[in-house]
Write a protein that binds this ligand. Sequence first.
Ligand code: FES
Ligand SMILES: [Fe+2]
Length: 331
Amino acid sequence: MIGNQWYAIAPEKLIPPGRMSGLKRLGKDLLIFQTVDGKWGCLEDLCSHRGVKLSAGKLMEDGCVQCPFHGLRFSTIGKCTQIPANGKSSVVDDRYNVRSYAIQVKHGIIYVFYGDKNLATAEVPFFSEFLNDDFVYSEIADTWDTHYSRAIENQLDVVHLPFVHHNTIGRGNKTLVHGPKTLVIEDTIITSSDNEVDQGQRQRKPQECEINPDMQLRFKYPNIWINIIAKKVKVFVYFAPIDDEKVILYLRFYNQITPFRWLNKVIGYFGKYANLMIERQDKRVVNTQRPKRTQLRMGEKLIQGDQPIVMYRKRREELIEAAKGSQPWNL
Ligand code: FES
Ligand SMILES: [Fe+2]
């Protein structure tokens, strides 16, 4: 995991007001809840008293979570507000507080800050420049048995298209991979495929290629990706790490193909299944990659077409390095 980053970890609709849920994400057991008046909390799912999972408890009317064992209550920021056995007149000491994490909910996504809360910025990563309110989207989730770095690299890989997707998006046997041109602009990687049928022509170098303005892939650290397929159709994915061996891909199919939102919703409904079918072709192969987690120097024998993956690994390593020394999951 890269420290000091906002990770997109789950869809907002998973937790309506007045509900809570225990989720394993970022290698941690988290309790996420939303009070009836819309305040969000993200706590370590572990009671400070005697280790019960708070997610087995209840969300109370006062907006606090009550442990099912001896009734200790905790607020959205993890403050212990009540120890019933000590009586109403007792003062609750801060040492009973549980660990809490910075949380933000935007764009229909729950984001949690992995790192030092004091460094949490106001802005969560998203592609607002491509996804405005005129779009409708439908979302589907799928769990992969791999580290999220492998799943992300797969989405930046233009070499696999004619093999993994030979009968879908990679039809046409375009096995010759020019470039691809890849740009890293701050925390965004931009690339686009420039593949051709191999008739013996020379493979072009990345610097001889261009980013296609109308069809491109973008990735933003730490875990969101977009495929700009056309002006009116985009595919967006967030890769929510469960731990170092599992990741959930949340795939959204965005469109504004017709002027009618209801019709676009119908298109979206089918679009998401088409998406899922393509993504399953990837999953079958990517789940077999070893090791599961990637690194910049890991002994793989890379080829020119892997340039976006190299760029991803390089920047990832820089960000990991930059976050070193600051305490992840600081209180
Ligand atoms: S274990 Fe939670 S209140 Fe005792
Ligand atoms: Fe793919």
